[in-house]
Ligand binder design. Sequence first.
Ligand SMILES: Cc1cc2nc3c(=O)[nH]c(=O)nc-3n(C[C@H](O)[C@H](O)[C@H](O)COP(=O)(O)OP(=O)(O)OC[C@H]3O[C@@H](n4cnc5c(N)ncnc54)[C@H](O)[C@@H]3O)c2cc1C
Length: 374
Amino acid sequence: MFRDAVRNFFIKEVKPHAERWNEQGIVDREAFLKAGEQGLLLTWADEKYGGAGIKDFRYEQVIIEENARNGDAGFFLTLHSRLVGPYIGELGTEEQKARWLPKCVSGEHILAVAITEPGAGSDVAGLRARAEDKGDHYLLNGSKTYISNGILADLVIVVARTDPNSSHGLSLFVVERGMEGFERGRNLKKMGLKSQDTAELFFNNVKVPKENLLGEFNRGFYHLMHFLAEERLLGAVGYHAWSEKAFDITMEFINERKAFGQTIAAFQNTRFKMADMRTELDVAQAYIDHCVIVHNEGKLSAADAAKAKLYTSELEGRVMDACVQLHGGAGYMDEYPISRMYANARISRIFAGSSEIMREIIARSIGLDPRKKD
Ligand SMILES: Cc1cc2nc3c(=O)[nH]c(=O)nc-3n(C[C@H](O)[C@H](O)[C@H](O)COP(=O)(O)OP(=O)(O)OC[C@H]3O[C@@H](n4cnc5c(N)ncnc54)[C@H](O)[C@@H]3O)c2cc1C
């Protein structure tokens, strides 16, 4: 029943607007409000904040899968709900939760998290943005880039250095729309995810009230690490869901298109390619579902989440490439969805921790850690 409701939402409120959103480079704010009305944002939030109090990850899994099937890749409602929202839900004080969560649940406030800077992405320890304790407030300076929901966001969780003497001396601050000195730069033009507002953010002497510190002072690095496993599992579910969609639309195409007097599907090469993809997708689904169960028990390790992200994002790249190939020239044309999906998929191996960083995490988990000599 939940899946049906979610599917109807995407078919009615997202699909008809997707083309326009991709052209305008941003989704309509109303889409978040509509999702809020349907109870699809921050489903985990307690009822007293307007949520459904559903912690079970499978509900978000359904939302991600249905967005892939009938929605739009650039509509980052899951980033809002389950990637950024939990920072407030888990680290926030009662006062902070009461202040911010209800409007996040309703979609009136859109969320973003700003970690990456022009000079530091994978290497979080190299962040330069800094916040100084000025007694009754923190003074925030720095710039961020490639921030998803960056234009739409009303609340941005900004990671800044608060201990200049420690590479891990970071803290998290909630910067609100309208705070003096908080400015947005360009909505960046990208290879794919055209409807997603990925932006630059600038913080010039922003006076952040003390009550907007999220979590513990100087513990920001560890807070970030805490949320990474779930973030990577969210990614894995999405990369897999988009691969499934690519598989399905390719299946339709190869059964209709003909060459040399037969359908493309009838060539042995096509059948073998589809068989390989079906096998890999099924195997990946089993691993994702395993991770979801383990995560629901609160036991998903960083390494297992990294394996899920690494495998599914690399698989997505292979699937998209093979599906474009099977479409022939049509696969290169924007009027065929596979063309856009191919471009969208390229980022999966880079953001939320690149494939190389995933391999580092996995290698360390099996004892291959160059930092530990003997
Ligand atoms: C569309 C989009 C949306 C994004 N959304 C957000 C967001 O909402 N919030 C946010 O904070 N950030 C966001 N990002 C930023 C994203 O997380 C970073 O781009 C990513 O972490 C990589 O960092 P980087 O771009 O600085 O690349 P770099 O870290 O400079 O990496 C360049 C290359 O070097 C490799 N490399 C780096 N370190 C190592 C190593 N130790 N070993 C081997 N290879 C290594 C990388 O894998 C990569 O191939 C987004 C990016 C994009 C493109």
